[in-house]
Ligand binder design. Structure first.
Ligand SMILES: [Zn+2]
Length: 408
């Protein structure tokens, strides 16, 4: 299984200058690969592998190419061919695309060390150091541990337009090393959970944890302000470009904050439970998100499910998507459907009298559907009324972020 982890990096001024210098040499190498691809009329090019044989010649002709780590230089040549591949894939999909262009400094802000020339060390708590050959040591904020069974295949280091540095590790875990999922027979209401993907809360679990939405009001306010300014600039002018970048940065900042939040919640879920059941997204999207613009922007449920599924593999947890239609309407106790507008916060069943929080009822339906999806019956000795927690434990977004998990 392939996946990646990304961390903020804090090079000293001196190291940052060195990184920029190296990245610029890689940019020139990328452009030179393109040049040769278009102008060298031999059998020596056409794949990264064959193109690599030209590198010693490059270094003779342009000593600057000897300044950077040689495996990383090869990786930059590969990067050119990867871009070429993805371009031709897009063409095959009928998209109208041009050809590869020379990269200006603002378009080329990263370099990749592959297989060797790097080391992750001094991992303790939330700190770690990345060592790069020909560069030196770079402190990183190690907010997420790399699983012990993972191999680090490569690391890329990037400077964002904001000036912030990030490193990203591409990780691979052999499927044979992944933990086994628990026996289906061992699943019950104490080790499994149903999740209602939120309207009022971000998620609501069947055992009564309501996790708050991330507060992005300030970010959206800033975004709105900067977008206003953008609309007043002359399209295509320098100022317009600058402002467009500012808007893009705020959007990126929001996306990253949401991603970080989702990392914390999904890690907690797969660690805490043996089975996690969620609603099928496509249906959910059509059913409810169209009513709520905010959900669309920062819910990013597709990404949430992707994270949940990859972590489920790493931690040996069942993750199952269940039919979403009617989870809110249906009574978790007797199954009778009652229409429920968005503003109705409680579930009160006219048929059987079962009462609970609206989202708790939905989450109970999700866990029941999950059990039946896995071919398991609902445990007879656990009536829905008793499985349902007596009170709801609210979890503020602030607490999720600070604690790094949702452990009560
Ligand atoms: Zn009922």
């Amino acid at each position: 299984m392939d996946y990646s982890h990304r961390y903020p990096a804090y090079p000293t001024q001196q190291v940052a200058a060195e990184l920029e210098h190296h990245i610029d040499i890689h940019r020139q190498a990328y452009n030179y690969t393109l040049y040769e691809y278009e102008h060298v009329d031999t059998d020596d090019i056409g794949s990264a592998y064959r193109h690599h044989y030209r590198l010693p010649g490059w270094k003779d002709e342009f000593p600057v190419f000897s300044e950077v780590y040689s495996k990383a230089l090869q990786r930059t040549v590969e990067r050119f061919y990867q871009n070429l591949d993805s371009l031709s894939a897009q063409k095959q999909n009928g998209r109208k695309v041009g050809k590869l262009n020379w990269k200006s400094p603002s378009e080329f802000q990263s370099m990749i060390y592959s297989q060797s020339g790097f080391e992750l060390k001094n991992t303790s708590g939330r700190n770690a150091t990345l060592w790069l050959s020909k560069i030196g040591e770079i402190p990183i904020r190690y907010h997420r541990e790399i699983p012990s069974q993972a191999d680090i295949k490569e690391v890329s280091i990037k400077k964002e337009t904001t000036g912030d540095w990030f490193v990203s590790f591409r990780l691979e875990t052999d499927d044979a090393d992944l933990p086994e999922k628990p026996d289906l027979d061992s699943l019950d209401t104490s080790n499994s959970v149903g999740i209602d993907l939120g309207i009022c809360n971000y998620i609501h679990t069947s055992d009564g944890t309501a996790v708050d939405w991330l507060n992005l009001e300030n970010e959206y306010e800033r975004l709105r302000r900067e977008q206003c300014k953008l609309s007043r600039k002359v399209h295509g002018s320098n100022n317009y470009e600058k402002q467009r970048k500012r808007v893009a940065e705020i959007r990126r900042h929001i996306r990253r904050k949401v991603l970080d939040y989702q990392h914390k919640i999904t890690t907690w879920l797969v660690r805490e439970y043996d089975a996690v059941f969620v609603e099928d997204l496509d249906v959910k999207g059509i059913l409810e998100q169209s009513h709520n613009a905010r959900n669309k922007q920062d819910a990013a449920w597709g990404q949430f499910i992707t994270l949940l599924e990859y972590k489920a593999k790493l931690y040996g947890t069942h993750v199952v998507q269940v039919e979403a239609a009617g989870t809110t309407k249906e009574c978790a106790s007797c199954g009778v459907e009652t229409a429920k507008p968005l503003w109705v916060r409680d579930h009160t069943c006219p048929a059987c009298g079962f009462e609970c929080d609206r989202d708790a009822n939905a989450a109970m339906n999700v866990i029941q559907r999950g059990f039946s999806e896995l071919g398991l019956g609902w445990p007879e000795d656990t009536p829905v009324e008793t499985a349902l927690p007596t009170d709801i434990h609210s979890m503020s977004a602030k607490r999720v972020i600070e604690a790094g998990s949702l452990t009560v």
